[in-house]
Design a protein around this ligand. Sequence first.
Ligand code: ZN
Length: 150
Amino acid sequence: MMDDLRSLYQEVIIDHSRSPRNFGPLDAANRSAEGVNPLCGDELTLNCYVDDADIIRDIRFIGRGCAISLASASIMTEMLKGMTKQEAESIFKQFHATVTGANAGPSADIGKLEVLSGVREFPTRVKCATLAWHTAIAAINDDTKTVTTE
Ligand code: ZN
C-alpha cells in the first residue's frame, strides 16, 4: 500500500517536472521574485499578478532545476491561482511544517502537495521542494530581493 502510494507520488512528480504547468512569462505581472538553491542548482523566476484585494489572479514561472523543484513550482502555481495572499501564506506554513517533519499528524490539509511529502526523509531535497514557495511568498509580498536557500 505504502509502495503503491509512493509510486503514484513519483508519477505525479515526473509528470509535473516534464510538463510544468503555468510555465513561461507573464506579461501582466505586477510582482516578481527570483529564487536560487545553489546546493542543487535550482533557479526560478516567479511572476504573478496580484489584484487590489490581495488575490493572486495569475501566476507563472520560468526556471530550471531538478524534478522536485520543477514539480513543486508547477503544483504550487496551480494551487495559488485564485488564492488570497493570506491563504497562500497559510498553506505554505502547513506545507513547510509537513516537509520539515514539524507536522507529522494527518491534520494538515495540503491537498496536492502531499505528493511532495516524501522529501521529509531527504533533508537536502526539502530546499528543492520549498524554493518555489519561498520565492512566491517574496513576490506576493513585493519583496524583490533574490531568495536563496543558503
Ligand atoms: Zn533541486
